[in-house]
Design a protein around this ligand. Sequence first.
Ligand code: AMP
Ligand code: ZN
Length: 469
Amino acid sequence: MTFLLHNTASGGKEEFEPLEPGHVRLYTCGPTVWNFAHIGNFRTFLFYDLLRRHLRFSGYRLTHVVNITDIEDRIISHATERGVSIREYAGPYEEAFLEDLATIRFQGVEVMPRATEHVPEMVAMVEKLLAKGNAYQADADVYYRVSSFPRYGELAHLDRAGLKAGARVAADDYDKEDVVDFALWKGEQPGEAAVGAVWEAPFGRGRPGWHIECSAMSLKYLGPTFDIHAGGIDLLFPHHQNEVAQSEAANEAPLARVWLHSEHLADATGAKMSKRLGNVATLRDLLDAGHDPVAIRFFLLASAHYRQKLRLDETGIRAAAEQVRRLRDFAARVDRSQPAPADDPFLVQELEDARHHYRAALDDDLNLPQAVGYLFDAVREANAGLDQGRAGPAALAAMRVLLDDADQHLDVLKEEDRSLEAEVERLIAEREAARAARDFARADAIREELKARGISLEDTKEGVRWRPA
Ligand code: AMP
Ligand code: ZN
């Protein structure tokens, strides 16, 4: 089987082969823990999850690094306002992030390094870049000398002349040799020591710039050259381009062999979701609105290819919830079905083909929406086969294998380990909300869903009562 990935560096799909047989080394840029991550961020993290799961599915061992950026301007300014250290400020957001990842069933990764715990590695890299002439000191700051790296702009397919013309000179950037130069190290500012954001370095006290964090941590855990580097498309420039310039100049080796970039999640109007625009929803907002985390997972993961924009809307999440329900119903049906006396060879063949197509779609640059299309076609055929008594032992076994393969990526079949009561209460609350919003179709659908689970509802003056029918 060949596994194709769209490499931003070459601009086309390439056959993937890790440097070390059987082992994939992967770096995916993690969150800046200055606030709650929004659902757009989680689209990107679920893309990492899909990539990771498909590599595992393909039989590779992984060393996957997701960094935690906990040294950053916004963290420092908020910590200063509150009079706490940057670690104290960022800690709860990091915890919330990990909780949210578990809620949407993001598979654990091998290494999650924090920037605050890797400053010596960053200092060492800056020293190296200074010694090689790729960096220079300007007062208390250290900048990367972009003119020293002729391939600057190549990864992002930008030409340097254009970059220069388009660059805006910020007031505090006057001491740079060139407007495109970027900070590797920022000299200590008043108040930063009080919040624990100052470190000693041979070139002066201060703190690392954001880009050097990733270069130093990827070198430490994955070595100078690794297999895959991934991130959201907004990170391509300048962040990833700067990582390439830093790492390749310091290590004299190519940084990553394959670069993957995922598209944004947009709001219902099509605008990129971002804190700056104020159009963000957090995972917690969506859960409070009554959505199932597994439906959110399915929506973000499977409703669009990772290189396509996706709009967050109510209809999309509802449709995802419905798809999850159909898969679960089918899995439950397969579980309780007795094999028919004889197999219909055409049905068995169709199911085996579906499994093959499902995998082939994922091998083609992780096309999960297409894979899911094959899966649902197969579910339809399988249900018909079960209805008509054409599903013998081989067909039932093929159905189980197909569901098992699909759930390696989707991870939606296992029900949440909720008590019946909590689940019923949640559905009742959802029905109340639907009625308050005069969405009676939804309210009736919930009543029917509960009925199907053997729960009947009674509307009383005190509210809704429920009992097993
Ligand atoms: P940040 O915490 O801002 O560094 O972002 C963490 C990750 O989320 C990065 O890989 C970003 O590219 C990604 N990201 C930010 N906004 C969006 C969005 N609206 N849709 C998808 N990914 C995003
Ligand atoms: Zn990064």
